[in-house]
Design a protein around this ligand. Structure first.
Ligand code: FES
Ligand code: FES
Length: 159
């Protein structure tokens, strides 16, 4: 039987523990151990951004992060952008702007947008396009995503 490692980390504000394979990725434990399936696996190679989460406040592609590297860290997934079980400010702006088609890229877009809004209260179109550039969307032209993020920043800035 493969050796396992014990991990303790904070996910969306809650202390979580897991026993995982040494080769497990952060993406694996979020989805398979903690059932936070909002985080998606697209390419598995760090190219598409579908698996983006915040790790100690910095955006990372969780498919590239060994789970052991997240030991003791704070992770925020797309589920963590909700406020008391309801869509947060940013999620509401995405809904208002109709900024999704199939929705596969949406969790990564939201995390990238949240990361931007943590750094910049009122991003303009250029900063927003730059911030979302690492998240690939095969359905849209990105216009509504950009509208949503600029709207969210203009009305509050933050989640
Ligand atoms: Fe991680 Fe594509 S699944 S970047
Ligand atoms: Fe389908 Fe972006 S809405 S991949």
């Amino acid at each position: 039987m493969a050796r396992t490692i014990e991990l303790e980390l904070t996910v969306n504000g809650t202390l979580r523990r897991a026993e995982v394979h040494p080769a497990a990725r952060l993406l694996d434990i979020l989805r398979d151990e903690f059932r936070l399936v909002g985080t998606k696996e697209g390419c598995g190679e760090g190219e598409c951004g579908a698996c983006a989460v915040l790790l100690d406040g910095k955006i990372v592609n969780s498919c590239l992060v060994p789970a052991i590297q997240a030991r003791g860290s704070e992770v925020v997934t797309v589920e963590g952008l909700a406020v008391e079980g309801q869509p947060g400010h940013l999620q509401a702006a995405f809904e208002t702007a109709n900024a999704a088609q199939c929705g596969f890229c949406t969790p990564g877009m939201l995390v990238a947008a949240a990361d931007l809004l943590h750094r910049c209260d009122r991003p303009g179109e250029t900063e927003t396009r730059d911030a979302l550039a690492g998240t690939l969307c095969r359905c849209t032209g990105y216009v509504k995503f950009v509208d949503a993020v600029v709207m969210a920043g203009g009305t509050r800035g933050g989640k």
